[in-house]
Write a protein that binds this ligand. Structure first.
Ligand SMILES: NC(=O)c1ncn([C@@H]2O[C@H](COP(=O)(O)O)[C@@H](O)[C@H]2O)c1NC=O
Length: 510
């Protein structure tokens, strides 16, 4: 038997090659790998001796040769193939162990150049991997050093590698080379900001299997984008508590996305991916108290995200109720000792929590397809705001309208948020008509709604929402505008002395 070994990641390769060599298997290898093996006293043949050709063009061409690919691809059970090999003087290669140029590690370097990235696109490696995986009935192909042991065990116990193992190794190779190529195309696509390619191949690495999905009978796993932007949820470090569940992660994403709208100290409480209380304040304790007071019922068992370090005072306040998760840029030592008393509370630290990434792909699965769009990165342009009523909103109302719009952008449509004094008062998410969303936001409020403001994620189809808001005490409304019946809503607002502002930007979240 002959084995061709050509690896960039040389972990475990010396022991692997030595064990193969001890079993009488001839080793062929490329430049750096050959050097490493020879330095460790392993008998190894240079690939140039097999190809009769020097490795050339800075290593761009080493193994791309019929003497290599013929030796891998020949079907051993076909006499014609074997006769051809004999005529051409090619010997079979039965084990192929390759790992590829470190393209991922290269593009993750902060100062990487396009040229450097391109030099780290492996050509010969994937070609050999694919040849060997295609011919897996006759060739064992290893692209992951963690498989060396399994192959050695089978070889030493059975004298050969089982067809089942060879099949699984081949499958792993095609998954690996597909991910490798997707990573390259994704990187190149991002260089020119090309957004919606004709063929969309996304590559994600598994972070962990999850115990189950949204429900216990659903299988699930958590995956990471190769170049996840700073401030992404996948970058959060768990400091305490049980393993995160599928719903924990999904809900925390809802909290994080809402939190990123705010610069001032802010706390977002989330239940089932919808914010149920948002508070801003001069410090994080004040913000937490406001978020909590919005809806002390729903926050129970919920998720809380904060954009400032959690200190002892805030931790003590938070520990008064049952929370599933607290996400924050950091926790003081004192806060940690308070919160880690709670066995079931998960603490997540995300240092760059406020970092925003724009123009990311937002992907939704539909049966048989995917819907892909850019992320909703805008709120509104201040200079585009248009007061459409006789009454002009006050500065205070404008501030609260902005807060309400930041929150309504992140709740399920139809969504309505009522706010006042830097906190939400009532949140009405996910209704099948807008008036119910207004009614729910009003009903859910824990506070009198006198002099509050209201934000709507999309225009009012009728003036009934304005009437209901006015009856509840709302004095200012922000909505995108754009309905054929806008005039009716404006007229109603004027009758009720409500100030109304059109933002011009809709924030549906279906
Ligand atoms: N060009 C080729 O023919 C070629 N053949 C193998 N490689 C890669 O060269 C690397 C190993 O190189 P070395 O043994 O010189 O350290 C492996 O990652 C392997 O995938 C090649 N390099 C890139 O395309």
């Amino acid at each position: 038997m002959r084995a061709l070994i050509s690896v960039s990641d040389k972990t475990g390769v010396v022991d692997f090659a030595k064990a193969l060599s001890d079993m009488g298997i001839e080793i062929i290898s490329t430049g750096g790998t050959h050097q490493r093996l020879a330095d460790n006293g392993i008998a190894v043949k240079g690939v140039s001796q097999v190809t009769g050709f020097p490795e050339c063009l800075d290593g761009r061409v080493k193994t791309l040769h019929p003497a290599v690919h013929g030796g891998i691809l020949a079907r051993r059970e076909k006499p014609e193939h074997m006769n051809q090999l004999a005529e051409l003087g090619i010997q079979t290669i039965d084990i192929v162990a390759i790992n590829l140029y470190p393209f991922k590690e290269t593009i993750l370097k902060p100062d990487v150049t396009l040229e450097e990235a391109i030099e780290n696109i492996d050509i010969g490696g994937p070609t050999m991997l694919r040849s060997a995986a295609k011919n897996h009935r006759d060739v064992a192909v290893i692209c992951d050093p963690s498989d060396y042991d399994k192959v050695l065990t089978e070889l030493s116990q059975q004298g050969s590698i089982s067809i089942d193992t060879k099949y699984r190794l081949a499958l792993k190779v095609f998954q690996h080379t597909a991910a490798y190529d997707a990573m390259i195309s994704d990187y190149l696509r991002k260089q020119i900001g090309a957004e919606l390619p004709d063929n969309l191949t996304l590559t994600y690495e598994k972070i962990q299997d999850l115990r189950y999905g949204e429900n216990p009978h659903q299988k699930a796993a958590y995956y990471r984008e190769i170049q996840a932007p700073a401030g992404s949820l996948v970058g959060a470090v768990q400091l305490h508590g049980k393993e995160l569940s599928f719903n924990n992660i999904n809900d925390t994403q809802g909290a994080l996305a809402t939190l990123k709208e705010f610069e001032e100290p802010t706390v977002v409480a989330v239940k089932h991916a919808n914010p149920c209380g948002v508070g801003t304040g001069f410090d994080i304790l004040a913000a937490y108290k406001k978020a909590y007071e919005c809806d002390p019922t729903s926050i129970f068992g919920g998720i809380v995200a904060a954009n400032r370090t959690i200190d002892e005072g805030t931790a003590r306040e938070m520990s008064k109720i049952f929370l599933e998760i607290i996400l924050a840029p950091d926790f003081t030592e004192e806060a940690l000792s308070v919160l880690t008393e709670k066995k079931n509370l998960r603490l997540l630290k995300l240092e760059d929590i406020g970092q925003k990434a724009e123009r990311q792909l937002d992907v939704k699965k539909v049966s048989g397809g995917l819907l892909v769009q850019n992320t909703d990165d805008v709120l509104f342009q201040e200079e585009e705001l248009r007061v459409v009523t006789d009454r002009i909103p006050t500065e205070r109302e404008l501030e609260d309208m902005k807060l309400a719009m930041k929150v309504v952008k992140h709740i399920k449509s139809n969504g309505i948020v009522i706010a006042k004094d830097g906190r939400t008062l009532g949140i009405g998410p996910g209704q099948v008509n807008r008036i119910w969303a207004v009614e729910n936001a009003v009903k859910q409020s824990n506070f009198p709604l006198q002099d509050s403001v209201l934000a709507s994620d999309a225009f009012f189809p009728f003036d009934d929402c304005v009437s209901a808001a006015g009856a509840a005490g709302v004095t200012a409304i922000i909505q995108p505008g754009g309905s054929v019946r806008d005039e009716e809503s404006i007229k109603k607002a004027n009758e009720l002395g409500i100030a109304m502002v059109f933002s011009g930007v809709r924030h549906f979240k279906h």
